[in-house]
Write a protein of this length. Structure first.
Length: 280
């Protein structure tokens, strides 16, 4: 019984977080005094967590999430959500400027600014889903697949850490300087890290067959490269301490002509390198 309860809770977590995000946004606009700042901080934390939970729900494999991003109906829903967020941001910003100086106007301006990064990130996710492919489908049915790997869920950790620091600076006793730093992190640093994480999550893959090593990665466009094993000059892995602990890292493949391909965020990169070297 308890196991079934937790399973249902995990499935509904994105909806629960989305509802809490809406409550936080309404509280930021309607509640007076210092409490409104707490609602704003909650909104800053909850909105990205809502988006992240929709992806981490498919942990640890990520295939279901990446496949879903490529489905037409999911991409259409993402575009609609991005457009809705962008329109909401514009409306709240315009209304905030119109009532500038008042409490409601200030809250509307803050809410509009906070809605911009999620709108950009969700738009990119819909774009990535359209441009990305499932590398396994490109290998061919007659090929013998020896190893297949994709992006690790930990590619989202840097963005989540910055999100936590942003919330700490926004609600902590750091005054105007803390709030200014939080604004820079949220509007500049966090979207950049989120975009890089999403690109790795959707685009980074590797498939080793009996004759070829197929790798894919990219930021806005997924680039697929097929290395013939007898022409692979070198293959290596780069991991920092967190990557060694959780089991993810960056793989670099160099062919005999010196052309290189880097694939970031792969799970078990050492295993891929070891199996590939054994085939050289």
């Amino acid at each position: 019984m308890a196991q079934g309860f937790w399973a249902r809770l995990v499935r509904r977590m994105p909806l629960i977080l989305a509802g809490a995000t809406v409550v936080a946004l309404l509280g930021a606009m309607l509640v007076r005094g210092e409490s409104s700042l707490g609602f704003v901080a909650a909104f800053v934390v909850l909105l990205p967590l809502t988006l992240a939970s929709a992806l981490i729900r498919w942990w640890p494999g990520g295939r279901a999430a990446r496949t879903a991003c490529r489905q037409e109906r999911v991409r259409r829903a993402l575009w609609m959500l991005a457009v809705a967020l962008m329109i909401s941001a514009v409306i709240t910003l315009v209304a905030g400027v119109a009532w500038s100086g008042s409490r409601v106007g200030n809250m509307l301006m803050v809410a509009g600014i906070l809605l911009l990064p999620p709108a950009v990130v969700i738009s990119l996710l819909g774009f990535l889903g359209r441009r990305s492919i499932e590398l396994r489908d490109e290998v061919g049915a007659d090929a013998h697949v020896e190893l297949e790997t994709n992006a690790h869920w930990a590619v989202f950790l840097p963005a989540l850490v910055v999100l936590g620091v942003t919330a700490l600076l926004a609600i902590g006793p750091f005054g105007v300087w803390g709030q200014g730093a939080a604004a820079v992190l949220y509007l500049v640093v966090l979207p950049g890290l989120a975009i890089r994480a999403l690109a790795s999550f959707v685009n980074s893959e590797a498939v080793l067959t009996d004759r070829y090593l197929h790798v894919a990665s990219g930021l806005l466009w997924q680039r697929v490269v097929r290395f013939e094993l007898r022409r692979v000059g070198d293959i290596g892995v780069r991991q920092h301490w967190l990557g060694r602990w959780l089991g993810f890292g960056k793989v670099t493949v160099v062919d005999a002509d010196g052309h290189a391909k880097v694939v970031p965020g792969l799970r078990d990169p050492a295993g891929l390198v070891q199996r590939t070297r054994a085939r050289l």
